[in-house]
Ligand binder design. Structure first.
Ligand SMILES: Cc1ncc(COP(=O)(O)O)c(C=O)c1O
Length: 130
């Protein structure tokens, strides 16, 4: 934790850390790391690909800003995954792909995007599953 603490400075815009390393098996103390990042006003993303199937993860209790994992690590299908994000960040983030139902309104003057998470779901909607 000391090395982690020493890396947090005003130059750091965001922290991304794995919960459990897939190569070394290291289990990071994410609750403490999240607290430290927040003490420095730095948003933090935790990669839970290896941990989500083995630990109960309470995202709200952890107060983590972003959390990711892939479906197949939870014995689900390949090709899908989860990106959890706090509403405050998702609402501020601009879409990076455009089209389909991610648009709320378009005029010649202005385009407004749907609220998160819909604003990140560009393209044809998954209508066969709706
Ligand atoms: C910690 C961690 N992050 C990310 C990944 C990559 O996930 P995916 O297999 O869905 O690309 C893995 C895969 O082993 C992983 O262990």
């Amino acid at each position: 934790l000391t090395a982690f603490k020493n890396m947090l400075s005003s130059k750091v815009k965001m922290v991304a850390i794995t919960h459990i390393s897939n190569s070394l098996g290291t289990i990071n103390p994410i609750a403490e790391m999240i607290d430290l990042a927040h003490q420095n006003n730095i948003p933090i993303l935790v990669d839970g690909a290896q941990s989500v199937a083995h630990y109960p993860i309470d995202l709200q209790a952890l107060e983590v800003d972003f959390f990711t994992f892939s479906g197949h690590k939870l014995f689900g299908p390949t090709g899908i995954g989860i990106l959890y994000g706090k509403k405050q960040y998702l609402s501020e983030m601009q879409p990076y792909q455009f089209g389909g139902d991610m648009i709320k309104n378009v005029t010649f003057e202005e385009t407004t995007f749907a609220d998160a998470p819909q604003r990140f779901e560009a393209g044809t909607t998954n209508m066969s599953m709706n």
